[in-house]
Design a protein around this ligand. Structure first.
Ligand SMILES: NC(=O)c1ccc[n+]([C@@H]2O[C@H](COP(=O)([O-])OP(=O)(O)OC[C@H]3O[C@@H](n4cnc5c(N)ncnc54)[C@H](OP(=O)(O)O)[C@@H]3O)[C@@H](O)[C@H]2O)c1
Length: 422
């Protein structure tokens, strides 16, 4: 990567999430010594939206997914493009193409897993040859889980020379007091992304925990050892455990890909761990039946999505069309000061092949999907823009394979603290 005048570009800075990534960089880039720019397809809208959220971008760039020359121009000026232009199934590929061709690392927030598989097949070799990192799923899904599990795996290796055998991950969230509506929880961009997954080529594979494993034998082992369960359960501490929300199909293939990529790099066979995750719904003992029922309902809706994703393409496509029309679209989503009032935790309990135990905790503040995610992504951009901070790897990487664990403390700037607690 030669000399460039920008470290990080936020593309899609007018979106519900993009404007918050811009806000994070406006605060942080100066002290990190990074030059950044906000990019979007409409200069006037960029100025208006950023003005509304009190952000002054040092520079704005006009680029449109439908105009490859504008993408090439943007990518050739910067070390890192943070891509917030979704749904990625529709808009992601030309941006990746431009980044690889013009020497910029690429990062996005997609949870559209068939798209991720398609991009690995299309671009992994070229990205490796160009020394470029392409990183999907770099928000709440799936960066905290991926990095926390890598920290547990590295700790087990260092302490006992053992691999992880079983990993349990639990998320707990505390929302601000008061009633929450749909717009407080999820954005139109994310909901439209769900419709695109249903309509996408390969939708039937969207719930495969081994979707991102390249080697067919290793993929079969992952499927056998670690299927994705949507059933509600109890954790023995009085919590009902629901499947990961909004989707149980994102973290599992990512964390299994990280383990497979790192095993392949070491020349080791892939020995997949059994991975189980969920969201803890806590409350008083008297409310347990209600909470268990809620966990079952959340699992039921995801099971319905999985069943629909496996129907014939003609049926799925019709459903996707209906969803595109009825679901909220771009611009809908969490807003306002209360985003800062959310807190959340991730706990990873890992057992090794030799019976040892490691626990990694993540403590965070800020709405997981739309504030913490934006700050995390901003910090990822700053890390990638610095020389010698992230591992030398290139290609279509997971967040953990791309970033490593040496600089986890940097995420404290984004309100996310990783710690090894036993
Ligand atoms: N996994 C996670 O943790 C997580 C969390 C948050 C978001 N996400 C994902 O991030 C993506 C963005 O979400 P969001 O809610 O911020 O979406 P959004 O509000 O709809 O923003 C979409 C952005 O894309 C831009 N855009 C659309 N078409 C474009 C084109 N042809 N050229 C250039 N820009 C274009 C829009 O620009 P205009 O304003 O000009 O229309 C806007 O800036 C979604 O795919 C969502 O699923 C994931």
């Amino acid at each position: 990567m030669g000399e460039r005048d920008l470290s990080v570009v936020v593309f899609g800075a007018t979106g519900v999430t993009g404007r918050r990534v811009a806000a994070y960089l406006a605060e942080r880039a100066g002290e990190a010594g990074a030059a950044w720019a906000a990019a979007g397809r409409d200069a006037a809208k960029l100025e208006r939206v950023l003005g509304e959220v009190g952000v002054t971008a040092p520079e704005t760039i006009v680029a449109d997914v439908g105009d490859p020359a504008s993408l090439a121009e943007m990518a050739s000026r910067t070390r890192v493009v943070l891509n917030l232009v979704g749904p990625y199934t529709l808009y992601g590929e030309p941006v990746i193409e431009a980044c690889i061709a013009n020497g910029a690392h690429y990062v996005d927030l997609t949870g559209e897993m068939p798209f991720v598989r398609r991009m690995i097949d299309a671009f992994d070799d070229r990205a490796k040859a160009a020394g470029i990192k392409v990183i999907h799923t770099s928000g709440f899904e799936a960066l905290p889980a991926d990095l926390a599990i890598l920290l547990a795996a590295e700790t087990a290796r260092e302490r006992w020379g053992e691999d992880l055998d079983e990993v349990d991950l639990e998320v707990a969230t505390q929302a601000p007091a008061g009633r929450l509506g749909l717009a407080d929880v999820v954005s139109g961009g994310t909901l439209q992304g769900t419709a695109e997954v249903l309509g996408a080529e390969g939708a039937e594979e969207s719930s495969d925990p081994a979707l991102l494993i390249d080697d067919p034998e290793a993929a079969a082992e992952v499927r056998g050892r670690s299927p994705i369960s949507l059933a509600p359960r109890l954790n023995g501490r009085g919590d009902a455990i629901a499947p990961m929300t909004p989707a149980a199909f994102i973290n599992p293939p990512v964390v299994q890909r990280t383990a497979a990529l790192l095993a392949a790099e070491q020349g080791d066979p892939v020995r997949p761990f059994r991975y189980r995750e969920g969201v803890a719904i806590s409350g008083s003992p008297a409310t347990l039946p209600l909470r268990y029922g809620a966990a079952a309902a959340l699992g039921g809706s995801q099971a319905a999505f999985r069943a629909l994703s496996r129907t014939r393409p003609a049926v799925r496509n019709r459903l996707a069309d209906v969803l595109r029309r009825v679901l909220p679209s771009s611009g809908f989503g969490p807003s306002g000061d209360r985003l800062g009032e959310w807190t959340w935790q991730v706990a990873v309990d890992a057992h090794t092949s030799g019976g040892h135990y490691v626990r990694v905790a993540v403590d965070a503040h800020g709405h997981p999907g739309y504030l913490a995610t934006a700050r995390i992504l901003g910090e990822v951009g700053l890390l990638l823009a610095e020389d010698g901070v992230t591992p030398e790897r290139a290609g279509l990487l997971t967040p953990a394979a791309a970033l490593g664990t040496k600089h986890l403390d940097r995420f404290e700037r984004a309100g996310v603290r990783f710690s090894l607690s036993s």
